[in-house]
Design a protein around this ligand. Structure first.
Ligand SMILES: C[S@@+](CC[C@H](N)C(=O)[O-])C[C@H]1O[C@@H](n2cnc3c(N)ncnc32)[C@H](O)[C@@H]1O
Length: 209
């Protein structure tokens, strides 16, 4: 059986394969699993991949359709001079921390074409809750916060972005850029903790027939 992570990579590959001459920007390389998948698509569809990692991953492979930038992906002063505003896909899989994700999202959004996709890895916490397969307090919390951050971005940008969430394993968020406008994120008002609704948790009247 294929692991959830491989199923997710297959899904990203299927999406990317629909694009002719895809120009891809990848944040986070490590051992190159997603990098190799994207390069496979670049070979098939005559595309090009640029990857960024804070660690030197330049030796993991050699490929004519690959450019590696050794830098923190939030060193915008350096990186923004090296890249052009013509990406079809932005894959965010570097530092899994909600503020960092927001920061890189807002910067690299400007480098995406209209209809370009932003794919964010690890946005679902279900495998990490107590008693589940990957039971882990830290990852549960970070993924919950990452999910909330994405919802906050979408909340103020419903005209500018589309959003799909894939719940496979630790999940993927897939956003499409509809135009060049991107508003500041906006907190989603939650009424679940008003006094009225907290009382309902204890005393929940049955609906009238
Ligand atoms: C989850 S791994 C990437 C996995 C890879 N995409 C894959 O599918 O195999 C995260 C990577 O992000 C890198 N990273 C962490 N913080 C970073 C930052 N601020 N800028 C760039 N890369 C960073 C780490 O060095 C690590 O290689």
């Amino acid at each position: 059986m294929r692991s959830d992570e491989n199923v997710k990579l297959d899904k990203i590959k299927k999406i990317t394969l629909k694009i002719d001459n895809p120009n891809i920007l990848e944040l986070g390389v490590q051992k190159g699993k997603s990098t190799k998948m994207f390069l496979d698509v670049c070979e098939k569809n005559d595309g090009y991949l640029t990857s960024i990692d804070i660690d030197d991953c330049s030796k993991i492979l050699e490929h004519p359709k690959w450019n590696f930038i050794h830098s923190s992906d939030d060193n915008f002063e350096y990186i923004n001079k090296l890249i052009k505003k013509d990406y079809d896909i932005l894959f965010i899989d570097s530092l899994h921390e909600p503020n960092h994700i927001k920061k890189v999202f807002y910067n690299y959004f400007n480098f995406l074409k209209i209809n370009g996709l932003i794919i964010i890895d690890d946005v679902i916490w279900l495998p990490y809750v107590k008693g589940e397969a990957r039971d882990n307090d830290f990852s549960e919390r970070i993924n919950r916060l990452t999910f909330d951050q994405i919802i906050r971005i979408y909340n103020s940008n419903k005209e500018n972005l589309s959003l799909e969430i894939d719940f496979t394993g630790s999940g993927l968020a897939i956003l499409k850029k509809k135009n060049n406008q991107l508003n500041e994120d906006k907190k989603v008002i939650n009424r679940m903790f008003t006094l009225k609704n907290l009382i309902k948790n204890v005393y929940a009247p049955k609906p009238k027939k």
